[in-house]
Design a protein around this ligand. Sequence first.
Ligand code: NDP
Ligand code: MG
Length: 394
Amino acid sequence: MQMITVLGATGSIGISTLDVIARHPDKYAVFALSAHTQINKLAEQCQQFNPKFAVVSDAVLADQLQAKLRACGCATEAIYGVDALCQVSSDAAVDTVMAAIVGAAGLVPTLAAVHAGKKILLANKEALVMAGGLFMQAVADSGSMLLPIDSEHNAIFQCLPTDYGTSSGADRGVEKLLLSASGGPFRGMSLEQMHSVTPDQACAHPNWSMGRKISVDSASLMNKGLELIEACWLFAVPEQSIEVVVHPQSIIHSLVQYADGSVLAQLGNPDMRTPIAHALAWPQRIESGVAHLDLFEIARLDFEKPDMRAFPCLAIARAAAQAGGDAATILNAANEVAVQAFLDQRIGFTQIAAVVKETLNRQAVSEPESLEAVQESDNQARLYSSAYITRLEK
Ligand code: NDP
Ligand code: MG
């Protein structure tokens, strides 16, 4: 029996994870679930999965949740705060942690799981983008198993040889990683046409149903930029070895090109339960609830190059990957602030790129030696981008 903590249980990935877990009560049990503020949804999940702990973000919410749990006779204990998230991620009873909190808030609890040597199912790409060097060093030091949930990275993981990167210099003939991108809801539109798009339009992804932050990132292609940086860390490759391929059907989730001309791809219907089930059961395979792929119904697969003029975020992220140091930390923080401002209708969609670019131009890149240094550059970038947004509003 694998004992699992699901961080971000009430989100899109959290709900899909619990759906897969519920299909295999003989294999998986839930140790803890977490949410930020959605206590009603969390209480329902506690009733169904009966975890030892449920974690929320503050004391008042924890009291309210505890009252709800008692009223329905559920024995789960409600606790709160970052220390509680770290505790349920590192407890000796836990085997696996699904890291599915959105944004930088996921970093500290995910790192706690890494330090404790847990098996990590990583959906929270921002944690890796923000602190890649420290994160991967912690994984190496603790011997924790890191499995990618992001569909593209999970696909690449599946297409790489199982001993890839394990012995020194063993590249096994891997030449290039081809990162799939759907192109998002604004594919084919010009920069000018995107000036007036609304948050709801940005969140209406053609193929995937996701949380609002990643939906906006997918629309601006910043998601692909973050994924490029994520892939550099996960697979220890330079950004030049990664090419973004726009593939509107989202059936091929990514590909690996080899020296002999072979290209291996992973295909499947666009449903996150496939990568979640893959990582949960790895190296076994389990049923995920996802419908089997019908190639005859799909009939065709299309590919195109990304429009770099219409989607400047991709080039900005690539430049940050090239710059190294804490450039990706700054990029991620400024993007989180800008996306929230766009969702709050304080700035326009195309101003997201401007905010991120301006913040990167203003903040000198340094090599963060500690988690505190990462948090300091994250903080500075948030302060600068927030002030810049206030100026844009005037
Ligand atoms: P959602 O917004 O749907 O869910 C986010 C989860 O994190 C919720 O449980 C939310 O709680 C919790 N949360 C939000 N803010 C905080 C905070 N400050 N502290 C603690 N918990 C918090 O996001 P998604 O599920 O879409 O995405 C989660 C992560 O997975 C992201 O990093 C995303 O990039 C990545 N990912 C998602 C994919 C998808 O298909 N959705 C695909 C690939 C990667 P509450 O509900 O109470 O607000
Ligand atoms: Mg992805």
